[in-house]
Design a protein around this ligand. Structure first.
Ligand SMILES: [Zn+2]
Length: 237
């Protein structure tokens, strides 16, 4: 239905288009993932200024026409995340986070949990020392949950057994017991605990774990999303 609408949005990707325009991949609060065109936004005196860059959180007015892309008609900055922009590791983490959102959430349906999680992650990356692997993995786990693909962590994903959960199977979509292990890989108790705690706590309190446990958790998340969401995420750090 053509017409204007307002929404908050995070710029996931910003692509130069034509002489002076930009095409934006946006994750919006009101409509989930959408594409938009910002006409004239690369002209020196554009009223959009420098706001249409990745990781900006914006209040936007968009016009929905007949095509796939909405047209940007108004923009105010909610948060530019200036400190994030000044840090190489934080920029890398934000880029991987936005890439995960792009791959995992491609529908134009509102998903407030996913939108709020993305904003919280950008806020953390804008602060001190939050660019680490454990926070990146906690973000992925919570994003998988928001997208409907969280791994089963409380009982064997094949038989429901609650004890002896020594392996993880991406095909089964969760931890598995010794009897159901077949295509799985061994997972440490610490890696299992990390995933449970990361899902159970706020993003800002991502649990500590040793590097081996974090890598096992990453493999568990990655293989689950490959099998069930059919997306392959880049390395988390
Ligand atoms: Zn089992």
């Amino acid at each position: 239905m053509p017409g204007s609408f307002k929404t908050e949005a995070v710029v996931l990707r910003s692509i130069r288009f034509g002489e002076a325009d930009r095409v934006l991949h946006l994750y919006t609060a009101a409509r989930g993932r959408i594409g938009a065109i910002a006409k004239g936004s690369r002209k020196p005196r554009s009223r959009f200024g420098g706001r249409l860059e990745p990781f900006f959180r914006l209040d936007m007015v968009l016009h929905e026409g007949r095509g796939d892309l909405s047209t940007v008609t108004g923009v105010h900055t909610v948060n530019a995340y200036a400190s994030l922009r000044a840090s190489g590791p934080a920029l890398g983490a934000a880029a991987r986070g936005c890439d995960a959102v792009l791959r995992l959430l491609d529908s134009p349906e509102p998903n407030p949990a996913a939108y709020n999680l993305l904003c919280r992650y950008l806020t953390l990356l804008d602060g001190e020392d939050a660019a680490g692997l454990r926070t990146a993995l906690a973000f992925r786990l919570k994003l998988a949950l928001a997208a409907g693909f969280a791994p089963e962590l409380n009982a064997c994903a094949r038989c429901g057994e609650a004890d002896g959960l020594t392996a993880f199977s991406g095909a089964a979509g969760g931890v598995v017991c010794g009897a159901c292990q077949r295509d799985g890989f061994e997972i440490s108790a610490e890696a299992h605990r990390f995933m449970l705690d990361a899902l159970g706590r706020p993003l800002a309190e991502a649990p500590a774990a040793d590097d081996r446990a974090l890598r096992l958790a990453e493999r568990a998340i990655t293989t689950t999303l490959e099998h069930h969401a059919h997306v392959h995420l880049r390395a988390a750090a």
